[in-house]
Design a protein around this ligand. Structure first.
Ligand code: ELE
Length: 202
């Protein structure tokens, strides 16, 4: 699925925090206008689920997923609202089982070789590498690429406009995620042009 989506979307995934529900749709439109279509709406605030539903209905060009999935219940709730993919900062046995049953694109979060092996054993070849910068960044991903050449990573955590290129240059990285694409100041000022400008430049 990621392969297919990446044919028509930039390989970047904004990690979106919705403080005010009315920002969800214009923010998504601003990103899509700049070619950023893979949108990870986090469950960090109470508006996450509703925002997923609203964006799905109002912005058909967006590919909307759910982030900060920390339980199987989170995943089930987000799927009911129409989330097309799901991302977790880590994984539990329960989440992996629920994601397998769903069968859709789920990115479990990993940080160590052992975790890469655990989720690969469970059938997940596409993984989130989190927190990327704090855990060794590009060098760590290069090292993981040795024994795990078949695994594709989406690093997130501490990545910004100055560094995301370095990650995307790695052959085991399929996309890069982060909150830099939807800065808090631009969101609260409802400065959609600023968000489109960032998206275009990315
Ligand atoms: O909440 C989640 O779903 C997470 O798993 C963590 C986020 O992906 C990173 O915290 C984003 O990191 P920054 O770009 O440094 O803000």
């Amino acid at each position: 699925m990621w392969d297919l989506w990446l044919e028509r979307a930039k390989p970047v995934m904004p990690v979106i925090v919705i403080d005010d529900l009315d920002t969800a749709v214009p923010m998504a439109q601003a990103l899509v206008a700049g070619g950023v279509r893979l949108l990870e709406v986090t469950l960090r605030t109470a508006h996450g689920l509703e925002a997923i539903k609203e964006i799905k209905n109002a912005v058909p060009e967006a590919i909307v997923g759910v982030g900060t999935v920390t339980s199987s219940k989170d995943l089930e709730n987000a799927l009911k609202e129409g989330a097309e993919f799901a991302v977790s900062p880590g994984f539990t046995r329960d989440i992996l089982a629920c994601a397998r049953e769903w069968g859709g694109p789920f990115l479990p979060g990993v940080l160590t070789p052992t975790e890469v092996m655990q989720v690969r054993d469970a059938g997940f070849m596409w993984q989130k590498f989190f927190p990327a910068a704090a855990a060794g960044g590009v060098d760590m991903l290069k090292s993981l690429g040795g024994p795990f050449a078949d695994v594709r990573f989406c690093p997130t955590g501490g990545i910004g406009p100055e560094t995301y290129h370095d990650y995307l240059a790695l052959k085991n990285v399929f996309a890069v995620g982060g909150s830099w694409l939807t800065p808090k100041e631009a969101m609260s000022a409802r400065n959609w042009q600023a968000i489109t400008t960032i998206a275009i430049a990315t």
